[in-house]
Design a protein around this ligand. Structure first.
Ligand code: GLN
Length: 504
């Protein structure tokens, strides 16, 4: 049974599935919420222990890499997952549809985590590559499916995305606790020893737990597939029955070329500068073309640039901040000590607490709320402030471990920034993009996260845990650079608004 008023060209939503899910939303939202919750559980659980595992001495069960090498690998891996979203979106749109892409992506991710459960360097890298590839296939398409659950006029769409963002963060909150406990805690190591196993392999139990999480997500997704049968279908082939294999080859080659170029940027810094110059050139090129569509693309590229800078700081949570938490913070609460990887959950706790507050604020302010370029500027400001905060914290490390309050406030400031930039960015992209380029523009949004993640790795390579003055310079220089970008973006607000041509 389908609802009679489904607009032409959009999939008909069966009326029995139109409500009955979380908060009165379509039933399929609950399924996507749970599947993405478990996918993010696996992603962030593995990420929470990744850097620590790489820098741990071989004799203690780690890989024994130095900080620079580990941060480089970390950046390339996290970049690849987001960068491959363009390819994943293309495959879904032109070949197999979003629903099947999510399933296959999930299977590849789970296999990747289980591969990392094996104790060798080669399986470690194969596992990372599988997780990145699977993420590219799953992440953009699960988000598209959320949108497809609603008719274009359905007022519940934005709220649906907020509920979905909550699912992301519940998964991201729980997994560092579980994976971090298995990888790092004395209790679990003792259990392993009790079973006659080598306690130094505890890290691989952490990786395996990430795989179990993804498997649970897949089970929910398959069991409840009936609720999603009407969305993310396989697209019709072209008029002559063919599929765009040539274009697929180009997207694949382009993605791999960019990943390789960024990998080499660890050694050849000029690649990063070239990329920045290219972005500025593209903004200027599109801004001065006569059509409104080009001007909006220029605005999208300004947002892209700002998002890239934002993620370059924010995504150091898993690298430099992970090391700060591990080596320089007194990880005790109420007299009880906890594994340093638990810090990776704190951003999500803040999201879960702050997201409803922001939703309320935007509703209260209504038309008086700041425009999206202003929200982006504020997002950058907050992330810059979070590193200003770390300047005195870094100085204090000269006298021993510092209070956990520093990191608690750091994550608070960063999450306020995230709330101003991340969900706002998603919706602004959909508003500014020409309809036929919607998928591409979404891919571009994730590309900003990809490049930001890589830059985060490059920047974190300079982290110094034994030199308090050097460490405070590390934070101060980055805060100043982002502060300068904030000022430039602020000055550009009236111009960006004009480029947006009426879109807020
Ligand atoms: N934390 C969010 C997620 O994992 C957003 C990440 C991003 O877009 N860079 O989905």
């Amino acid at each position: 049974m389908t609802s009679p008023d489904s607009p032409a060209g959009t999939p008909a939503v069966p009326t029995d599935l139109h409500t009955g899910g979380l908060g009165g939303h379509p039933r399929g939202l609950t399924t996507l919420f749970l599947a993405e919750m478990w996918e993010r559980f696996s992603f962030y659980g593995m990420r929470a222990i990744l850097m620590l595992f790489m820098v741990l001495a071989v004799t203690e069960g780690g890989l024994g890499y130095d900080t620079r090498k580990a941060a480089g690998i970390y950046g390339t891996y996290t970049m690849s997952g987001y960068l491959l979203c363009i390819l994943g979106g293309f495959i879904a749109d032109n070949f197999i549809g979003a629903r099947r892409s999510v399933l296959i992506g999930g299977v590849i991710i789970a296999l990747g985590h289980f591969t990392m459960a094996l104790n060798s360097e080669i399986t470690f890298f194969i596992g990372l590559a599988l997780v990145a590839a699977g993420t590219g296939l799953l992440k953009p398409n699960i988000s598209t499916m959320v949108g497809s659950l609603y008719r274009p006029t359905d007022e519940r769409r934005d709220a649906g995305f907020s509920i979905f963002y909550m699912g992301i963060n519940i998964g991201a909150f729980l997994s560092p606790l579980v994976c971090g406990y298995l990888a790092q805690s004395a209790g679990w190591k003792a259990t392993l020893a009790g079973w006659g196993l080598d306690p130094r392999t505890s890290w691989h139990w952490g990786f395996a737990a990430a795989g179990v999480g993804m498997t649970l997500g897949l089970i929910v997704y398959v069991l409840q597939r009936g609720r999603l049968a009407h969305v993310g279908n396989k697209p019709a082939p072209e008029a002559d029955g063919s599929r765009p294999w040539g274009k697929l080859g180009l997207v694949l080659l382009g993605s791999l070329a960019l990943i390789t170029a960024m990998w080499f940027s660890d050694t050849y810094k000029w690649i990063v500068y070239l990329l920045f110059a290219l972005q500025i050139a593209l903004i200027v090129f599109f801004a001065f073309r006569p059509s409104q569509e080009s001007k909006r693309l220029a605005a999208i590229l300004v947002f892209f640039f700002a998002a890239e800078i934002f993620w370059a700081i924010f995504e150091q949570t898993g690298s430099s901040i992970s090391l700060f938490a591990d080596r320089l913070t007194d990880n005790r609460m109420f007299g009880q000590s906890f594994p340093s990887s638990w810090w990776q959950s704190v951003n999500s706790i803040w999201v879960i607490l702050l997201a409803p507050l922001f939703a309320w604020l935007w509703i209260q302010l209504g038309p008086r709320q700041p425009s999206s370029p202003v929200k982006f500027t504020l997002g950058l400001l907050f992330v810059a402030l979070s590193f200003v905060l770390m300047v005195p914290a870094a100085k204090l490390t000269a006298h021993g471990l510092v209070s956990p309050l520093w990191l608690l406030v750091l994550f608070f400031l960063q999450t306020v920034g995230e709330m101003l930039l991340s969900p706002v960015g998603l919706s602004t992209m959909t508003k500014l993009a020409p309809q036929r380029l919607l998928g591409l523009v979404m891919g571009i949004w994730f590309l900003a996260a990809a490049l930001g993640n890589k830059l985060a790795g490059v920047l974190a390579g300079e982290f110094k845990s034994e030199d308090a003055a050097g460490l405070s310079t590390f934070f101060w220089q980055q805060a100043l650079s982002v502060g300068a970008c904030t000022l430039v973006l602020f000055a550009l607000v009236p111009w960006v608004k004009r480029l947006m041509g009426g879109v807020r």
